[in-house]
Design a protein around this ligand. Structure first.
Ligand code: PMP
Length: 440
């Protein structure tokens, strides 16, 4: 009997024993193409000798020192690199061990900021109905999926949710993309006025929606309008790039594409590239200084923040993304993969939409292409596809939750940036085979 506590207690999973390049291997030697990079984690692929060497060297020199006594060279170096690469003036970095921790730190920092500047009445957040921000209690409260939140309600962090920018289902006939973006962004202003903007801390949003919708970027102009609304009402713009960041969408920071600046940004997943658990919360000096000049103490912390071995790994990841042009490669290979998917599945009767940026691509599954009618939720098509694809040696990331968090299915593809053309062929071929087996 396994004593590991799996998320699905009835699951019977194979043992992962080896990873090399774009492939994973189980205990029986079966090979799987890692077409989802875990969950948009493995940007460099598996078995990267440079990252492994850096981790070993750091373990030899120093594995751990508590950050209340010491800083460390790997942590300082990583913060410098992130600040140099980030758009706008995000120049302070708080290093954590994963995505939920980064979001949790962001929520607390934002709340503390308003307390320090004597606006304690700002106590709540606005987020979007289709979003995932993590599973710790604060992050869970900001996430949009009602079915995830409701079992734990009432949640301590007050959040209300507005519509996402979701062109496939939101744009109405006769409306331009731009007008749609402005209309849906204006929901933020309406919500702020409804709540009383002086009570709101921040708007929490993924620049490209990941797990809940399957790689949905906003239309042009949406985020500029969001930024204007936040500025107008003194609300912080908190961008969650845990999934879409670190080059995944073709720019190192996803929001660089939208030409906006953020007050707080969270990153994780690709930062450790699967080699170490690490995440970061970045903020502007305005926020940091308010705390430094006020109480002088961020009321937060974890034992493993700024872990030297995790930072050593992330430093190599950052170097590879930037100096080896892997972000550029992600963008180029992303276009090739998306083109290949459109060519093969563009007219498929059960694929309503193919979207995404870089190597962050979603395929939306529908029962009827014309009416965009989703599959009935009890069919759990995404689960059948996930299982069959895995059987066929393809690890992809199908999810339910396109509409209200329960209905609707999509497949998320987020392979490593080292992808080669033959991997693209393999993804398309195995996906075709899987769809035939599941949908007929
Ligand atoms: N934010 C986003 C946008 C995510 O996609 C995720 C994870 N899927 C998280 C936060 C939480 O990250 P973690 O699972 O590392 O806690």
């Amino acid at each position: 009997m396994s004593h590991v506590f799996p998320r699905h207690t009835k699951s019977d999973l194979p043992f992962a024993v080896k990873g090399q390049g774009a492939y994973l291997y189980d205990h029986k030697g079966k090979q799987y193409l890692d077409a989802s990079g875990g969950a948009a984690v493995s940007c460099l692929g598996h078995g990267d000798a440079d990252v492994i060497a850096a981790i070993k060297a750091q373990a030899d020199a120093l594995a751990y020192a508590h950050t209340s006594f010491f800083t460390s060279h790997p942590a300082e170096e990583l913060a410098d690199k992130l600040v140099a690469a980030a758009p706008g003036d995000l120049d302070r970095v708080y290093l954590v061990s994963g995505g939920s921790e980064a979001v949790e730190a962001a929520l607390k920092l934002a709340r503390q900021y308003f307390i320090e500047i004597d606006q304690p009445e700002r106590h709540r957040f606005v987020a979007r109905r289709q979003s995932y921000h993590g599973n710790t209690l604060g992050a869970l409260a900001t996430g949009g999926n009602a079915w995830r939140r409701e079992p734990f309600a009432p949640l301590m962090v007050q959040t209300s949710h507005i519509a996402p920018c979701y062109e496939y289902r939101g744009l109405v006939s006769g409306e331009t993309q731009y007008d749609y973006g402005q209309r849906v962004a204006n929901e933020l202003e309406e919500e702020l006025l409804r709540l009383g903007p002086e009570t709101v801390i921040g708007f929490v949003v993924e620049p490209v929606v990941g797990a809940t919708l399957g790689a949905v970027p906003a239309v042009n102009g949406y985020f500029k309008r969001i930024r204007e609304i936040c500025d107008r009402y003194g609300v912080l713009l908190i961008l969650d790039e845990v999934m879409c960041g670190m080059g995944r969408t073709g720019t190192l920071f996803a929001h660089a594409f939208d030409g906006i600046t953020a007050d707080i940004v969270t990153i994780a997943k690709g930062l450790g590239a699967g080699y170490q658990p690490i995440g970061a919360m970045m903020c502007t000096s305005r926020i940091y200084d308010a705390i430094a000049d006020g109480s002088g103490f961020f009321q937060h912390g974890h034992t493993y923040v700024g872990h030297p071995m995790a930072c050593a790994a992330a430093n190599v990841v950052m170097d590879k993304l930037i100096k080896c042009d892997l972000v550029q490669r992600c963008s180029t290979m992303g276009t090739s993969l998306q083109d290949a998917l459109v060519q093969t599945f563009g007219q498929h009767s059960n694929i309503g939409d193919i979207r995404g940026r870089g190597l962050f691509i979603g395929l939306e599954l529908v029962a009827d292409r014309e009416t965009k009618q989703p599959f009935a939720p009890d069919l759990a098509i995404h689960k059948l596809i996930k299982r069959q694809a895995f059987e066929n040696g393809l690890a992809c990331y199908p999810m339910g939750g396109t509409l209200d968090g329960k209905i609707g299915d999509h497949i998320l593809l987020a392979p490593p940036f080292i992808l080669e053309p033959e991997h693209i062929d393999e993804i398309v071929e195995k996906l075709s085979q899987t769809l035939k087996q599941v949908l007929g």
